[in-house]
Design a protein around this ligand. Sequence first.
Ligand code: APR
Length: 316
Amino acid sequence: SQAPKVALLGAAGGIGQPLGLLLKQDPLVAHLALYDVVNTPGVAADLSHIDSNAKVTAHTGPKELFAAVENADVIVIPAGVPRKPGMTRDDLFNTNAGIVRDLAAVIAKASPKALIAIITNPVNSTVPIASEVLKKAGVYDPKRVFGVTTLDVVRSQAFVSELKGLDASKTVVPVVGGHAGITIIPLLSQTKPATKFTDDEIAKLTPRIQDAGTEVVNAKAGAGSATLSMALAGARFANALVRGIKGEKNVQCAYVASDAVKGVEYFSTPVELGPNGVEKILGVGKVSAYEQKLIDASVAELNKNIAKGVAFVKGN
Ligand code: APR
């Protein structure tokens, strides 16, 4: 089989379709396997007419899931229902938790060595859910399961570069913690190129980044949550995983099992990616007093989200 193979689960959705488009155009992807419960053949036929080298295959419905993920190097999961106005990411829990649990159970059998990138919200809980399923199956490797928080980084870089008149393509802002509300912690003090912010700028930028998903949910007025920017973020992260597999080590923020912050099992920090997924947890680094307060405040909320995911799998 051709490598690397990337499997996209939820490929016909609002995120899945543009994410499939970006992955089809990624010169490093040799095989793009599209899986969804509906409409996969149409999306696959459409994408297969693009003159890039990635081979596209369509897999529809639970019976075809095994083949979709078998031999996959990277599995990207945006399957699930999106937010509507007035909903938090946690309100998605009941539906999406079951979807991620069932997908992970098949991955555990068909592709236990794959790197798994989870987009399905609430990410703070769905990453522990997938991890628990893999643990039960005896194939869990904490270096191979990721919650995609790249959109928080992308948004931070967009908002900071706009505010400060920087070149967006050269602006770097790490984001740590989790992927919802107060658990999203932009480390503005680590912005590159080195940039000074006033207290007032920090006090406005931070909540804007934390609530940016809601800006999109409200603007879409019932039609869903971020899809295009999320697809870009997902494709960027999948490309980073593939580069790591090919031996090009690189650093990305991601929500992974980590001992970077005391008292919490999963925490997004910059991590070094390599052939086996996480090579090194780089941790939060040097943070300001304001950022440290946000980190401390996020731990209780994250632990609640994590415990909810673990309890879902354990049947409590
Ligand atoms: N297996 C595979 N695909 C599924 C399953 C399943 N069990 N259940 C639903 N899907 C598919 C749907 O058929 C649909 O094509 O997932 C896709 C979801 O697409 P949308 O409803 O358009 O949702 P989207 O905006 O893409 O968001 C998906 O990503 O960011 C998160 O919060 C967001 O959890 C939500 C997810």
